[in-house]
Design a protein around this ligand. Sequence first.
Ligand code: AQP
Length: 320
Amino acid sequence: MRVLSGIQPTGRFHWGNYFGAIRQYIDLQHGNEAYYFIADLHALTTVREPERLRQNVVDAALDLLALGLDPAKAVLFRQSDVPEVSELCWLLMTGTPMGLLERCHAYKDKKEKGLAADAGLFTYPVLMSADILAYDADIVPVGADQVQHIEVCRDLAGAFNHHFAETFVLPKAKTLDASAKVPGTDGEKMSKSYNNTIELFEEPKAMRKKIMRITTDARPMEEPKEPEGDHLYQLYSLFASDAQREEMAALYRRGGFGYGEIKKALADVAEAYFAEARAKRAELAADPARVEQILADGAEKARKKASATLKRAQRNCGLK
Ligand code: AQP
């Protein structure tokens, strides 16, 4: 299978990014042809400071490599290093109905909140479609919030294939049942724009502080509680072994505990979980030239694939 996914360098990655998407990237690099990119063109709709964007890209690469993305197995590259994708985006754009984009939640949510949206945000599902189709991806590992955009991609690819000739592979989204929508500290979807995130490589002290602020209900300590649907329990479950999870569920059902205890247990498992990656990240950060080389090698491989797809699409629609 050919696997492709992208992640925006709009800030430091959080637990939602990891358990919803990055963990899948790492698993799927084994036994598949995998392409992963740092979506800097997409990030431009949010990050408007050049230095910060550049730094975010480096941080994103360091995070991914530290978490186990292996450049010997998967192709890691910057989105903007493959200009073929932007051209492919235009080809798709000419056949994209406005109504389809008006229904996409990234744009709709912003508009409903009365926030200013630009054409970049409005057309983002089309660029994302080009990102996917350029590499003939079969599978796109993502969190639940991206499933709608993969459906748009399938619609656009299907319409192009139908109107012109068989050009694109129709991709499928892949989500993980237990972590397709990781809750944030307030119980809503963990998201940078909701200010409810816990970052992967946050300083342990700062991380503990955030964990202590996770919202809980006001039921008395002695009362038994149902663990399912409780976001603190859900977050703990992401890190815990089966035995730890069952023990925690039994504690909830028995009652007689304070949420402070659970939060402390969550901070302990989370700190241990990322300790190895944290050390590896520090090592990688000491050698920026190596990271740059990994991205340059990745771009070369990615361009080769994307330019073959672009040529096919140009020929089929009459440009060549
Ligand atoms: N809370 C989440 N649970 C599961 N998966 C998630 N993802 C994001 N949040 C969660 C998945 O992470 C991948 C990268 O997402 P992105 O590049 O679109 O990052 P993002 O959407 O910018 O993340 P945020 O924090 O949610 O940002 P904003 O606030 O800008 O929307 C994707 O596969 C995504 O599904």
